[in-house]
Design a protein around this ligand. Sequence first.
Ligand code: ATP
Ligand code: MG
Length: 315
Amino acid sequence: GINSLLDFEKLEVLGHGNSGVVHKVCHRRNANVYALKVLRFDEKAVVVRQQAVQEAEILKRMDSPLIVKCHGVFSSGGDTESVGCDLCFVMEYMEAGSLHDVLLMHQRLPEQIISGIARRVLEGLHYLHSQQIVHRDIKPSNLLINNRGEIKIADFRVSGVVVGQLNSTPANDFCMGTRAYMSPERFDPERWDGDLSDGFAGDVWSLGLVVLECHVGRFPLVSPGQKPDWATLMCAICFGERMDMPETASPEFRSFVWRCLEKDWRKRGTVTELLSHPFVTKCWNTSSSGTKDLVGYALEGQLSFFFSLFSFGLF
Ligand code: ATP
Ligand code: MG
């Protein structure tokens, strides 16, 4: 079964998040490889943990090639009911890592690749929203890529309570983007009538920021070198002027991003509208410029990473 840590052999650490660590693991009997995420809770975090369990149950029911599969959830100390211990998620292993990792390596991606990413994420959101689920945490580290170059949505926050927030400092809260990709109506519900929003438009905002980040190569709301504190972020999200677009951006790209980053959620583009936006339906001339697909970018990143370890003499 998939219900005990004893069933798995840990192979390597894939990454760290706000609330825990993700390991690459191998199932001892069926030899399948999975990603195992372990979230830590202390005794005081009973409610948050309860919400995470609830979240996991919904995640387990999701069945779509656009969503990272959750195969099982258990507590390292027994069943998921026992409080004050870890919660382990057995997830589909995504070999090429996250979009965040790709952006760290490449900084900027060509529009053709970004268009493909946008289409897949919109299709994934369309699926989630049709199941009445608001993701609430669309950001580069939650968009994962497998070795076929398929990008999928991972980790959502059903409850609206961010699991990692309890034990994270404001600084790494920002880095991991828990608030950074939040829409104006979620950031400041009073001013932006957030209470009336069903939340779906918030996912579109986050996607717009991700798409822009892929083009400019860094988180687009704060200028390079600016201290990314809470107040700066709030000003940029809720009161900032229209964002600077990269000069090289095509008209379709600009229009797509502007439809996503409309501050008033009632005027923002919907998932259905954006699925037929020219930026995602456009036929790209693939014959020019040696085309590389998303997995090409992701794996090249991993290779150059090993290369740099090599040249630093770590191997
Ligand atoms: P937060 O804690 O705010 O959600 P995060 O998304 O970066 O931040 P995790 O979800 O714990 O944190 O993921 C940490 C890293 O682990 C990711 O950036 C990714 O590189 C890697 N990772 C997570 N899930 C998988 C998976 N299913 N397959 C492969 N790598 C994964
Ligand atoms: Mg995540």
